[in-house]
Design a protein around this ligand. Structure first.
Ligand code: HEM
Ligand SMILES: [Cu+2]
Length: 601
């Protein structure tokens, strides 16, 4: 409840004017062809959000298939056992055999593994997790949460979607034509070497990442301007939902960091095509320079991955425990400070390749990141304390996140400490760590968000029992897959290897079984959600009793979002102010809310 901003500036193009009898944004515009054209040319942030959701989940599926192939290969140690013989014949769970290439040499067969692993990493990072939440849920919700009709630049928004598709096509081409074996990090000299006859595919993959970067920058710019300019009357900075704060901080990183990787990848292409020595030692370049450039972007980008997830968790915790969020400003500012600190710590990925002084400084700086992260976790737990916690799918996923993300964050500390990292670096411990933060954090928060806003997005309720069952499967599958990898890592299993000594086999097999459980869990989720579109109960406007603006819109929202321009009358989580003691917060928003500032009890 702060200052009024007057009218929403800039009603853009067709989006001007009020139509009190607007239809749902999902209403079909004529036949099949005109519906497709309507979606393909839409500048409605909601449709763009839904198209992005479908696209990024498709990429998650492709990356997931690669992951299953990796776990399949690692089920047995294959080649170490069969040294001297032809690869793959002994056990039959290696990829060469699976693809019908029984007569490959060990080196050739290992190369298949390298490609599948690169495919997994590159697709998951560049095409799924970086654009993931902001482009899908962010696009859909940001304007709704601000009480706006659209983002500030709707056409730029559509452009970002097409750039994303175009970039992904480059990536898929590189895969279809035989794949890339450099690892998703494109480290030189792997990425600059011409030894492999298919080396030119690396250029395709690099261009894919380069193009995808633009889509990220477009989205980031759009969101920053939207938050500054399109807040509804009465919606001050500290009335913003925490998801908006998270999007805003994410956007800042996207806009500032992405150009660095853009230039780096261009330099790499330039070096390959014109043989100028930049990163390649054979040409007089410096490979460690590449690592610096790469991580100067990629460390901040791990916060592009996690901040939106943290935003979702803040929303879910407040709404599903019906409680004023504890430490609103602390959470909001911790997002901003994570964004700032994230630019200072890239050197912790290079402890083993940079100088000792630099490594010591970066190690010390790395611990700064833990502070704002812990601030959030403690505030979330403080919010849950004495809340009226509803056990449903979004809440289950939120609790799941708190557990797994904490493990992810805490295992970052031994990696950030120089002495312990020298042992753990490039081992399965790192693999386990980043899966606990990226999957146990971001993907789990994404699932919480999808289930939290699904009724809003598609106007249907899903089967709560089955989706909670799927959540339990995902929880068991996830921890079985990745917790084992901490042990593998501390015992010396290196990352990115197709084969291993026999002693690691049991742990690897447990991990692979976990991956299968995980897959089943995801498939159940998919079935439940798709099923809800056809057979789900119609969703009310506000199924959970949330107080932020998106719950004032219809489910699904009308084309222009709101029937009346919303006005902020209470804080985003002011359950204590708006819910009289004898009422159920589920009934919100009430037809006639209490006057501002009036306490209900
Ligand atoms: C408490 C916060 C965190 C700390 C202190 C931390 C620390 C580290 C360190 C020191 C490494 C390098 C390990 C090595 O290679 O030897 C690392 C790797 C990694 N971390 Fe974190 N981390 C934190 C949170 C996160 C988050 C939130 C994400 C992503 C959402 C993340 C994603 C990654 C990834 C992807 C890698 C491995 C990249 C690669 O080499 O391929 N980390 N982390
Ligand atoms: Cu990092």
């Amino acid at each position: 409840m702060t200052t009024l901003h007057g009218e929403i500036p800039g009603a853009h193009g067709s989006h001007g004017g009020h139509d009190h009898h607007d239809g749902s944004y999902l209403d079909r515009k004529g036949g099949m062809v005109s519906t497709i054209i309507d979606w393909a040319t839409t500048i409605d942030h909601k449709k763009i959000g839904v198209m992005y959701l479908v696209a990024v989940l498709t990429m998650f599926f492709i990356g997931g298939i690669a992951a299953m192939l990796i776990r399949y290969e690692l089920f047995q140690p294959v080649r170490i056992q069969t040294v001297g013989e032809m690869a793959g014949k002994a056990t039959g769970t290696d990829l060469a055999t699976l693809f019908g290439q029984k007569d490959m040499s060990v080196a050739q067969a290992d190369n298949i593994y390298n490609r599948v692993m690169t495919l997994h990493g590159a697709v998951m990072v560049f095409m799924f997790i970086v654009p993931g939440i902001p482009a899908s849920l962010g696009n859909f919700l940001l304007p709704l949460m601000l009480g706006a009709k659209d983002v500030a630049f709707p056409r730029l928004n559509l452009a970002s979607w097409y750039v994303y598709v175009f970039g992904s096509i480059f990536g898929i081409l590189a895969i279809v034509m035989g794949g890339v074996d450099t690892g998703w990090t494109f480290y030189t000299p792997y990425s600059s070497s011409h030894a492999d006859p298919g080396h030119w595919r690396v250029v395709f993959m690099i261009l894919a990442a380069f193009i995808l970067g633009f889509s990220s920058i477009f989205t980031g710019l759009n969101f920053i301007v939207t938050v500054h300019k399109l807040r509804a009357p009465g919606l001050g900075w500290f009335d913003l939902p925490l998801f908006v704060w998270a999007m805003y901080s994410t956007s800042i990183i996207q806009v500032l960091a992405t150009p660095v990787i853009g230039i780096t990848l261009l330099l790499l292409v330039f070096e390959r095509l014109f043989h100028v020595g930049i990163f390649d030692p054979a040409l007089g370049g410096d490979p460690v320079l590449f690592q610096h450039f790469f991580w100067f972007y990629s460390h901040p980008v791990v916060y592009v991955m996690i901040l939106p997830g943290m935003g979702i968790i803040s929303e879910c915790i407040a709404v599903h425990s019906r409680k004023q969020i504890f430490g609103y400003k602390a959470i909001a500012f911790s997002s901003l400070s994570i964004a700032a600190i994230s630019f200072l710590v890239w050197g912790h990925h290079l402890f083993t390749s940079e100088g000792e002084l630099a490594a010591t400084i970066f190690s010390a700086l790395t611990f700064l990141v833990a502070i704002p992260t812990a601030v959030k976790v403690f505030n979330w737990i403080g919010t849950l304390y004495k809340g009226s916690i509803q056990i449903n799918t979004p809440m289950l996923y939120t609790l799941f996140f708190l557990f797994t993300f904490s493990i992810g964050g805490l295992t970052g500390l031994p990696l950030g400490a120089l002495a312990t990292d020298l042992h753990l670096h490039d081992s399965y411990f790192v693999v386990a760590h980043f899966h606990y933060v990226m999957m146990g954090g971001t993907v789990i928060a994404f699932l919480a968000g999808i289930h939290h806003w699904w009724p809003k997005m598609f106007g249907r309720m899903y089967n709560e029992r089955w989706s909670m069952f799927a959540c339990v499967l995902v929880f068991i599958g996830f921890n079985t897959t990745f917790f084992t990898q901490f042990f593998l890592g501390t015992r010396g299993m290196p990352r990115r290897y197709a084969s291993y000594p026999d002693e690691f086999q049991t742990l690897h097999q447990i991990s692979s079984i976990g991956a299968a459980i995980l897959l089943i869990g995801f498939l159940v989720h998919l079935a439940v959600l798709v099923g809800s579109l056809f057979a789900g109960k119609k969703a009310p406007a506000n199924p959970w009793g949330g107080l932020t603006f998106e719950w004032e819109a219809d489910s699904p929202p009308t084309t222009h979002n709101f029937h009346h321009e919303p006005i902020a009358k209470h804080g985003p989580y002011a359950f204590d102010d708006v819910v009289p003691p004898h009422c159920d917060p589920k009934d919100y928003p009430l037809a006639d809310p209490l006057p501002p500032g009036a306490k209900a009890h």
